[in-house]
Design a protein around this ligand. Sequence first.
Ligand SMILES: Cc1cc2nc3c(=O)[nH]c(=O)nc-3n(C[C@H](O)[C@H](O)[C@H](O)COP(=O)(O)O)c2cc1C
Length: 116
Amino acid sequence: MAQEPDALSKRQDYGSVALEDGVLSADPLSQISAWVEEADQAGVYEPNAMVLSTIDPDGEPSSRTVLLRGIDDVGLYFYTDYGSRKGLALLAHPSVSVVFPWYTCLLYTSPSPRDS
Ligand SMILES: Cc1cc2nc3c(=O)[nH]c(=O)nc-3n(C[C@H](O)[C@H](O)[C@H](O)COP(=O)(O)O)c2cc1C
């Protein structure tokens, strides 16, 4: 096997970091909004970036980063080209998965449509 880059052996010790009981908003979308703001205040690069996963017309999954541009009672909004690979995938399969990777805040979330 080829020599692996040193970075692959790195792992942070998260200790006992955990979300405390009672600190989460009852509304998941409000909570995401608050966390985006928190990440921004903490200096996270692109605090509104989320990894969006889709399933293409052939059933193949793919993921890429997009920027969150709005949140309301309906859900999360991003801008893209309807003719893009993700646009075509969304036409075939409207279900998606997203992850907000605020790792420098020791936090990430992957909201589900079932949460709202
Ligand atoms: C930080 C960052 C933010 C991005 N934001 C968007 C976005 O809001 N909308 C978008 O269509 N592409 C965005 N892109 C580009 C996508 O990640 C992707 O490369 C491009 O949209 C083509 O994806 P697709 O071929 O899966 O459709 C962003 C890329 C980066 C690195």
